[in-house]
Write a protein that binds this ligand. Sequence first.
Ligand SMILES: [Zn+2]
Length: 125
Amino acid sequence: MSTQRTVTLPTADHGNVTLPEPAWCAGHAHHDPLTALADLIHSGPTVGCSHLGQPLLAAEIVHSPFATHASPRRGGRTPGVSVWPLGLTLDPTELYALAADLDTFADRLRALADQLADVLARGEQ
Ligand SMILES: [Zn+2]
């Protein structure tokens, strides 16, 4: 028998709120007690991509169980993956499409590296 994990968070407009805590949630160590109920958010561990110390992309599962808006790709009551710097929350199909675009970009970078290697090998300026 498993018991549903819960978390109690202070809010500015509804006092302490106890809600189910998804297994994937990374916790609420940085929760601001002035957060409104509608803005409570579960966030999973961040998956990031950086190069030479510069952040390029980051993504994490998010869920705002009390969101009052229904804007697609802006988070909400349906869990999604928030992608920075897109500033969008994607569903699985959209996330696969992003991964495909990144695959294509990686191929283009390899082709560009090949071209640059040729330029340098020929001593072109
Ligand atoms: Zn949580």
